[in-house]
Design a protein around this ligand. Structure first.
Ligand SMILES: NC(=O)c1ccc[n+]([C@@H]2O[C@H](COP(=O)([O-])OP(=O)(O)OC[C@H]3O[C@@H](n4cnc5c(N)ncnc54)[C@H](O)[C@@H]3O)[C@@H](O)[C@H]2O)c1
Length: 376
């Protein structure tokens, strides 16, 4: 693991998800930019002292040189550090699991993509939400045509923490997320807008092709805290993303809605155990995780019986199990797409296209990643 020292936010969820999946052991780390803190963190996490490293480069070198060395590196540091830390890991032939947003520049994303391909290793990106069983259920129902032809797809990701002064929130991530030198050229767009994108693209099985965007701030911070995106998918499907992190009264309000010719479905992260389906002229349905009417492939990701709550950690655990499968049996893909470097690339491409569109007064802008130099 790179990052995730004492006092960090998200890495402890990665470690819990690794344990839930039962497929990973944490054996080495460069947990902090400060070696003393890294050593203390390693000791608290039960990592052998000789496997606590000064940085990602030393970790990759040290582990690649051991017969029992780590095969995969999880990168859980602030965004601006991802590129170099992923790159040195890939160069040593290690698989990589990186947190979102993948990197801050599309060129960097392409470099990682090509390096992973050349080295023949797996590169996962922890877009958590496709890990939820009821998101998988929604994907199965859309894919088998339950909604008819898809007409519209909508996602909102609404939070309130930026409405307070984020520097006073205590957590380290509160301040770097408002600093464009670390967070990247977009703020809320990259931080949660890309989550909304990943769920929509997972559900529809098709990427966003073009965007008309407005990025703004309602708090005066240096990067956007609001992103409003009109979307075009392939085959005429239209969509919207509304991401806002300065909206009082909202905590982790990810909500997605997909509308087809005959029915609409909706899933909410704050009520993740159910899926709502409204049919044209008929009664609504509320589907529950773990009930027999789930699609068999989605049901296979259910851990607890219906009514015993599952949530965020289980979803991340499912993702870590998918990552383990992708590393161990790459020629046997599972029933659902695993968020990989292409998801990461698309996230960076949407941020970049949204910035371009915003700079041109909301002009429609392609979001292609078909080749390194341009649009698909
Ligand atoms: N998938 C999700 O839903 C999700 C949720 C939260 C955060 N994240 C992502 O996780 C990443 C980390 O976010 P966070 O909130 O945990 O940040 P954080 O600031 O709380 O933690 C970052 C960690 O990186 C360490 N670090 C900093 N520089 C380092 C270096 N040079 N070498 C090694 N370690 C170093 C810090 O000491 C700290 O332990 C971000 O990219 C963020 O976007 C993803």
């Amino acid at each position: 693991m790179v990052g995730g020292g004492t006092g960090s936010f998200f890495a402890s969820y990665h470690r819990a998800a690794m344990r839930l999946s039962g497929r990973w052991d944490l054996v080495a780390g460069a947990f902090s930019s400060d070696m003393a803190r890294s050593v203390a963190s390693g000791s608290a996490l039960g990592v052998a002292p000789d496997r606590v490293y000064r940085d990602a480069d030393a970790l990759a070198e040290g582990e690649a040189g051991r017969p029992d060395g780590a095969r995969t590196v999880a990168v859980v540091t602030p965004n601006a550090l991802h590129f170099e830390q992923c790159k040195v890991s890939l160069e040593r032939g290690l698989n990589v699991i990186c947190d979102k947003p993948l990197v801050n520049e599309l060129e960097e994303a392409w470099t990682l993509h090509e390096l992973a391909k050349r080295k023949g290793v797996f590169f996962g990106v922890t877009f958590t939400y496709p890990g939820y069983p009821m998101v998988r259920e929604a994907r199965s129902r859309i894919a088998r045509g339950d909604l008819g032809r898809i007409k519209f797809a909508y996602a909102e990701y609404l939070q309130e923490w930026v409405a307070e002064d984020p520097r006073n929130l205590g957590a380290k991530g509160g301040s770097w997320r408002s600093d464009p030198n670390v967070a990247g050229p977009t703020g809320t767009m990259a931080d949660v807008g890309t989550h909304a994108q990943s769920v929509l693209e997972f559900l529809l099985g098709t990427p966003i092709e073009a965007v008309s965007a407005r990025l703004s701030t309602s708090t005066g911070r240096a990067i956007d805290d609001r992103a409003i995106l009109m979307l075009r998918f392939s085959e005429g499907t239209e969509g919207l993303i509304w991401a806002d992190q300065a909206l009082p009264g909202h905590r982790n309000g990810l909500r997605v809605k997909v509308a087809g010719e005959t029915a609409t479905l909706e899933w909410r992260q704050e009520a993740p155990e159910t899926l709502w389906i409204g049919t044209l002229g008929g009664a609504d349905q509320i589907l529950h995780r773990g009930q027999k009417d789930m699609a068999p492939e989605a049901m296979s990701y259910v851990t607890f019986p219906a009514g015993v709550p599952e949530g965020y950690l289980e979803a991340l655990g499912i993702l870590y199990a998918d990552f383990a499968d992708a590393v161990e049996t790459p020629d046997q893909p599972g029933p659902f797409e695993v968020p990989d470097i292409v998801y990461g690339l698309r996230g960076v491409a949407l941020c970049e296209a949204a910035l371009t569109s915003n700079g041109k007064g909301g002009a429609w802008t392609p979001v292609g990643i078909g080749n390194r130099n341009g649009t698909a």
